[in-house]
Structure formats: structure tokens, C-alpha cells
Design a protein around this ligand. Structure first.
Ligand SMILES: Nc1ncnc2c1ncn2[C@@H]1O[C@H](COP(=O)(O)OP(=O)(O)OP(=O)(O)O)[C@@H](O)[C@H]1O
Length: 266
């Protein structure tokens, strides 16, 4: 489904701030793979995600998605194929528009714009049903402005919007990091359910090692712009946080430099 081949990315090339953020990485995700991505600060996790989304151009290599070489596609063209949920709950939805309007906009993603942008009663009913299962009370507030919602409600809505039209890949960049623990758990559970039900291919960056182990069928660990582990299936299921920290130390000869991870390692 996703094939990244020999991709590198250096920021600020030729300046004192030059930084090789991604160093010749290869990564292939099969359809339905749900990969969690961990690593210390500055390891390159968000940069890989942003390179897939087309936020920055790659320096070399290729990125293929669903058989299409998207390496040179601008971000807007990739957004027809890719669903994204950001860390900041303020991103991904239009605050001044209603819940139904936001959903209707997402429902039209990748489709030819007709003359009419209005929402049909039938469409409203379908969107209402989709919201009901979220159990956040949003189904009865379809006309409420999104700006009035809590962070968790907004992330859940962004998640629904990102997956309404089945994306070829769902990119999650620490999408629960800004939420309180209870809401974060709720949004993560929803994420997991949607990914399984729709058999989505997903790439989730997280600082929480427990979440990285609990969710998904595959885990990759990054360090210094490279993928240093790639664990799947049964091997992943049996992992512990202690195993992960040990693997990191063995591979790099260093301790993981991530304050957020240290907070949740026990
Ligand atoms: N737009 C940019 N301009 C310059 N340097 C950047 C840019 N984006 C990332 N970097 C640098 O690239 C390296 C990798 O950053 P990236 O954000 O991908 O790491 P990360 O693994 O997501 O880290 P964190 O968990 O701290 O967010 C870092 O050294 C970072 O400072």
C-alpha cells in the first residue's frame, strides 16, 4: 500500500543549521498494516509523516501509495488519498463551520465539485448515524459550530472526517497527546476501532510506548533519521516497554532521549 524507497531529507542544506532529518529510509506497509512509530526527540518521526503527506519535498528516493508514485505530487493532490489527524485539535476542522458542514466537506473529498455544496437530508442522516457511535453527544448538535467543541470532540470529529472517504493511508501525528488521559484513551479506542472496521492502513506517531505496544500490528522505532527496529505480529504482541528501552540502548549505545517517553515507561 505504501512503499518508501531510499528516501532522505536534509533541512537547511548548506547552512550552519543543516540537519539530515531522514537518512535513506526504506519502509513498506501492506494494506491493513497499523504501524506505531516511536523514537526519541528529533528522531525523524514527524518528518517521515510530513514527507508522506507532501508537506516537504523529498531530496531523493520515491514514495508510492496504492501503486501511484506520489513523490512529486503537491500536498493538496495527496490529500485526496491521505487522511490526517494532527496533534493540535484546532487543526483539521473549520471552527466557523457547523459539524454537519465540516463532515459534508470531508465527504466530498476527492470528488468532483457539483454546483451544490448544501447537505441533503439523506446525507445529514447518514452523518448523524456515523456520529452516534462516537458517543460524544455530537449527533444532536449537527448545526453547532465546531469552534465550540472540546479538544477531544474535535479530535474525534477530525478522525471521522479523515476516514469518511476511505483514505489509502491514515496519518496520525501524536493525535491524542494534547488531550487529558481519559479523553486520549477514548479517542485512541475509536481510532483503533475505525482502523480495524475499515481495514485502513495507518501510521501513528506516538511518544507513549505503552500505546505503541497496545495498538497496531506493527511497531517501528526511529533514531537519527533511520528506522532501527521494525517488529510485527506475535513478536510485537509480546513486547514490553522494558524490552523496547533495552532494544534502543543495544542499537544505539545510548539511553532514549525522550522526556515524554520516560514519563510513561513504567
Ligand atoms: N521544518 C524544519 N526545518 C528545519 N529542521 C527541521 C524541520 N522539521 C524537522 N526538523 C529537524 O529534523 C529533525 C527531525 O525532526 P522530527 O520533528 O521529524 O523529529 P521527531 O522524531 O518527530 O521528534 P519529536 O518527537 O521531538 O517531535 C530534528 O532535528 C528537527 O529539528
Amino acid at each position: 500500500m505504501l512503499k518508501i524507497s531510499k528516501v532522505s531529507k536534509t533541512f537547511n542544506l548548506g547552512t550552519v543549521n543543516e540537519k539530515k532529518a531522514i537518512d535513506q529510509i526504506d519502509l513498506t506497509l501492506e494494506e491493513g498494516d497499523f504501524v506505531t512509530v516511536i523514537g526519541g526527540n528529533g528522531a525523524g518521526k514527524s518528518t517521515v509523516l510530513n514527507l508522506i503527506a507532501g508537506v516537504y519535498p523529498i531530496d531523493c528516493g520515491t514514495i508510492e501509495l496504492a501503486g501511484e508514485n506520489i513523490s512529486l505530487y503537491p500536498e493538496y493532490k495527496r490529500s485526496r488519498l491521505i487522511g490526517r489527524v494532527f496533534q493540535d485539535p484546532m487543526m483539521g476542522t473549520a471552527a466557523d463551520m457547523g459539524i454537519a458542514e465540516n463532515l459534508a466537506m470531508a465527504n466530498r473529498r476527492g470528488k468532483k465539485r457539483g454546483l451544490r455544496w448544501g447537505i441533503t437530508p439523506n446525507e445529514k442522516e447518514v452523518l448523524k448515524q456515523r456520529l452516534e457511535r462516537f458517543d460524544l453527544g455530537l449527533e444532536n448538535r449537527l448545526d453547532a459550530k465546531v469552534g465550540l467543541l472540546s479538544g477531544g470532540q474535535r479530535q474525534a470529529l477530525t478522525l471521522l472526517m479523515a476516514t469518511l472517504q476511505k483514505p489509502k493511508i491514515l496519518l496520525l501525528d501524536e493525535h491524542t497527546a494534547a488531550l487529558d488521559p481519559k479523553t486520549a484513551k477514548k479517542v485512541l479506542t475509536l481510532t483503533d476501532e475505525i482502523i480495524k472496521e475499515e481495514n485502513l492502513t495507518a501510521f501513528m506517531v506516538t511518544h507513549n510506548m505503552k500505546d505503541a505496544i497496545t495498538y497496531g500490528n506493527r511497531l517501528i522505532m526511529m533514531n537519527d533519521g533511520k528506522i532501527i527496529f521494525d517488529i510485527k505480529g506475535e513478536e510485537k504482541k509480546n513486547l514490553t516497554v522494558k524490552d523496547l528501552l533495552e532494544k534502543f540502548e543495544i542499537a544505539t549505545g545510548e539511553e532514549l532521549n525522550d522526556d515524554a517517553v520516560l514519563l510513561v515507561k513504567d
